[in-house]
Design a protein around this ligand. Structure first.
Ligand code: 5AD
Ligand code: SF4
Length: 431
């Protein structure tokens, strides 16, 4: 979501005559768009601000969720910061710059009535794969999470605005759109919810692939599940965070779902799309988590067999209920548990990938690969795939969807070779 917001800030500043610079030493304006989800993210911001002191001329803006959470404290701790801008006030940056031509320090962490989306100019993106934020904020209040405080309450953009933005992206060359929201499946900007929006987007000519992230198990409606069987452009990949495999911990996390509910969703989707890649988020060491609870998380991982997963050590965030919980888990247990979980998740990921060796797949090549002579992209199941191409084709294939045969599976990526469409057509039978 920060990538999307940063791109839109860039678009709005381009309209004011700014140009993107890659080296901070050459910039007149430096924006750090920050994340507050775990402690490490805000620490990173302060060390980055230290490095930026070398450029005295530039105005420095701290934007995003650390700005929202720490506000004035940032101005006190980092003397080189000019503006502090919360995630819902990002569209006010051009105005703020005009109002403060010198290094006048200012802070804007309002949740304005007007939204940034309606104030930003149309997106300028020529990427084959683009993000599109359709929903922001969260009303779920999980015990560990800062999002409801930093991004505010749930808001859905009207479907008409989303469809218009999607069309503009496709006209600019986008073939794949990932719909974003903290609770993307709580989207209510049209009568059919997220499933309805996906069907409307599927009508756009030239939009070949649709994805969405991140979903909450409570908002996984049957209509959305059925969309995986009805909409060809909806890719067979679902990121559905579970956080823990223990009902006791899920209750303490205020997750509003239990393990049974989670597994029921997975079963339903697998009936409709047996090949679906399921991904998840896990937190280990939430206050109150015992070894027995953690074993239940391992058991759940074994039962589901995730295609991919992110796992984090619980990180106490100021102002969230879990921070004051007396039953904090020791750092040593967290470290030990996450290592065990990651080994298991890695094995599942590798065996998911291995099933594809020898099969055909369509890859959207959107970047250069690890080795020279390689392009890389995503499979429908969201695997990262490296494809060898000839120097002649290198640039013409960038941004295209190509047919490949998977030749090798690693834990985090696949290797593949190009297949010409004619090679897979059945041979003609002579009459
Ligand atoms: N500590 C560790 N991980 C967290 N997440 C959210 N808050 C915390 C926290 N306080 C994780 C969750 C969420 C993902 C985006 O980040 O797993 O799904
Ligand atoms: Fe945070 Fe997600 Fe829980 Fe909302 S549903 S509070 S964004 S973890």
């Amino acid at each position: 979501m920060n990538v999307y917001d940063s791109q839109r800030m860039l678009d709005s500043l381009s309209a004011e005559g700014f140009e993107q610079q890659n080296e901070p030493e050459n910039a007149d304006l430096i924006i750090l768009n920050t994340c507050h989800i775990r402690e490490k993210a805000s620490e990173k911001m302060y060390s980055e601000l230290g490095r930026l002191r070398a450029n005295r001329r530039a105005k420095v803006v701290v934007a995003g969720c650390v700005a929202q959470a720490e506000g004035r404290e940032i101005l006190e701790r980092a003397k080189n910061v000019d503006f502090v801008l919360g995630p819902q006030a990002l569209h006010r940056l051009p105005k703020l710059l005009k109002a403060s031509p010198d290094h006048n320090r200012a802070i804007d962490t309002d949740f304005p009535v007007e939204t940034k989306f309606e104030n930003w100019p149309s997106p300028v993106s020529h990427k084959a794969s683009s993000f599109l934020t359709i929903q922001e904020g969260c009303d779920k209040f999980c015990s560990f999470c800062v999002v409801p405080y930093t991004r505010g309450s749930e808001y859905s953009r009207p479907a008409s605005a989303v469809i218009k933005e999607a069309r503009t992206l496709v006209e600019g060359g986008t073939k794949e759109i990932t719909l974003l929201g903290q609770n993307v499946n709580a989207y209510n900007g049209c009568s059919g919810g997220l499933g309805g929006l996906i069907k409307a987007l599927d009508e756009i000519d030239g939009l070949d692939r649709i994805r969405f992230t991140t979903s909450h198990p409570r908002d996984m409606s049957d209509a959305l599940i059925n969309a995986f069987g009805e909409v060809d452009s909806l890719m067979p990949y679902l990121h559905l965070p579970v956080q823990s495999g223990s009902d006791r911990v899920l209750e303490r996390m205020n997750r509003r779902h239990d393990v049974e509910h989670y597994e029921k969703i997975i079963s339903k989707i697998r009936v409709i799309r047996p090949d679906i890649a399921i991904s998840s988020d896990f937190i280990v060491g939430h206050p109150g988590e015992t070894e027995a609870d953690f074993i239940e998380t391992l058991n759940l991982a074994n039962r589901v067999g995730f295609a991919q997963a992110y796992s984090f050590k619980y990180s106490a965030r100021p102002g969230t209920p879990a921070t004051d919980d007396q039953d904090q888990v020791s750092e040593q247990s967290k470290t030990e548990r996450i290592a065990r979980l990651q080994v298991l998740l890695g094995q599942h990921q590798k065996s998911f990938n291995e099933k594809f060796v020898g099969s055909l797949s369509k890859i959207l090549l959107d970047r250069t690969g690890r080795l020279s002579g390689q392009l890389a992209g995503r499979s429908p199941h969201n695997q990262s795939v490296h494809v060898g191409v000839s120097p002649k084709e290198f640039f013409s294939l960038l941004g295209k969807i190509v047919l490949v045969r998977i030749t090798k599976a690693n834990q985090n990526s696949l290797t593949a070779e190009l297949v010409r469409e004619e090679e897979v057509k059945p041979p003609e039978v002579p009459v």
